[in-house]
Design a protein around this ligand. Structure first.
Ligand SMILES: NC(=O)c1ccc[n+]([C@@H]2O[C@H](COP(=O)([O-])OP(=O)(O)OC[C@H]3O[C@@H](n4cnc5c(N)ncnc54)[C@H](O)[C@@H]3O)[C@@H](O)[C@H]2O)c1
Length: 350
């Protein structure tokens, strides 16, 4: 019988469990290492999904004691850095989006990955959707000109789960645009190409009933200029309690309009002179993304992965530039100069 791929997790919270559920059913995978600063949570996940799984509260101990073939980093944006443990040992890794909050650290991780020629995968799972692939192919012959989209939801509630303890804090999550709309930014890049300039505006202090510790923007709008001449306006809001929001991305080309709606990014494709086409967004997209990563690791074939670390870094750069622009109220040209603000977010003075 072929050897199973031995996988370890750093960060065993909400999204880690989504990956674990699918990976536990994959006959090629043995889930052997579970690390979380909350050891009880790591132990719980090891019991539930482990194959003789061991729990750790430090990434270094997990890497030293688990002889891993692959690792998953499912950490909040402010908590990255343990990727170096994987890189040092040549262990291929998957990292959830956004890949970091500290752009300089992400840049160093990316350089180290490149030096080691390490296989990586970033959790931009929407790239694996059939509708997204189709629009990307068509956009090669019919260039996008205008893109509109983003995420609009209600006020985060204190009772909304553990994630809110960091999500509502700008210095921990980077804000809704960097943390959540990163999915839309990444799709815009994936479909339309690279961005040359970013200009953002934010609304703050208007979100009545926000929980204690809330320091993110209530809403933001971000304009992007692409190298190929296209433009985009992307948005975030977590203050729209009347409804009518949701997840969307509209891509307008000369002869085609692609309308993606909902978390699952169902597609309505309108083409000049043709009947509209509908492609429902896949359920179980995490299992599809994880299957591609595990196959890539087993076959040592990076082409199976649709977003590697250096690619995720480019998406991060746009959202970091958006934060910079919200702060300075000035447009930001890409690439961001080395030595630009170390953190995506300026720490507030007390
Ligand atoms: N792809 C998606 O659609 C999707 C969905 C949800 C979350 N995410 C991303 O996944 C990441 C994690 O989100 P989540 O919802 O799982 O958050 P979470 O708060 O549920 O879980 C994070 C876990 O990491 C642990 N942790 C924190 N610092 C650590 C450290 N230094 N070492 C080890 N463990 C540590 C916490 O104790 C917690 O258990 C975020 O970047 C988020 O944006 C992606």
């Amino acid at each position: 019988m072929p050897e199973k791929t031995r996988v370890g997790f750093v960060g065993c919270g909400g999204i880690a469990e989504e990956h674990l559920k699918g990976l536990a059913k994959n006959p090629d995978v043995a889930l052997v290492g579970f690390c979380d600063i909350n050891l009880a949570r790591a132990e719980e996940m090891a019991r539930k999904y482990g194959t003789d799984g061991k729990a750790f509260d430090k990434a270094k101990s997990m890497f030293e004691n688990s002889s891993l073939d692959a690792a998953y980093f499912c950490l909040p944006p402010f908590a990255h850095g343990a990727e170096f443990e994987a890189i040092r040992r040549g262990v291929p890794f998957f990292v959830e989006k956004p890949i970091n909050l500290d752009f300089e650290q992400a840049r160093k991780i990316s350089e180290a990955v490149k030096k080691k020629k390490l296989l990586t995968s970033v959790g931009y799972m929407n790239r694996y959707r059939r509708g997204v692939q189709l629009v990307r192919d068509l956009a090669r012959g019919d260039q996008p000109i205008l893109l509109l989209g983003g995420w609009i939801g209600g006020t985060p509630r204190a009772e909304g789960g553990a994630i809110w303890s960091w999500w509502i804090r700008k210095e921990k999550s980077g804000g809704q645009f960097l943390e959540q709309v990163t999915h839309t930014v990444d799709l815009a890049r994936y479909i339309c190409g690279e961005v040359s300039e970013v200009h953002a505006f934010a609304a703050k202090g208007l979100n009545a009933g926000a929980p204690e510790g809330y320091s993110i923007e209530d809403a933001s709008v971000v304009n992007l200029k692409f190298k190929n001449g296209a433009v985009a306006n992307l948005w975030a809001s977590c203050s729209a309690n009347g409804g009518g929001g949701g997840v969307s991305l509209n891509v307008y080309c000369n002869n085609m309009t692609a309308i993606f709606t909902g978390w699952e990014h169902s597609l309505r494709l309108l083409r000049k002179g043709a009947e509209p086409e509908e492609i429902k967004g896949e359920e179980g997209i995490f299992a599809i993304e994880d299957g591609a990563f595990i196959e890539a690791v087993k076959e040592r074939d990076p082409s199976k992965v649709l977003c590697q670390y250096a690619d995720g870094l480019k998406t991060l750069e746009i959202t970091v530039a958006a934060n910079q622009s919200m702060r300075t109220k000035q447009p930001v040209k890409l690439p961001i100069a080395a030595g630009a603000p170390r953190r995506a977010v300026k720490k507030r003075r007390r």
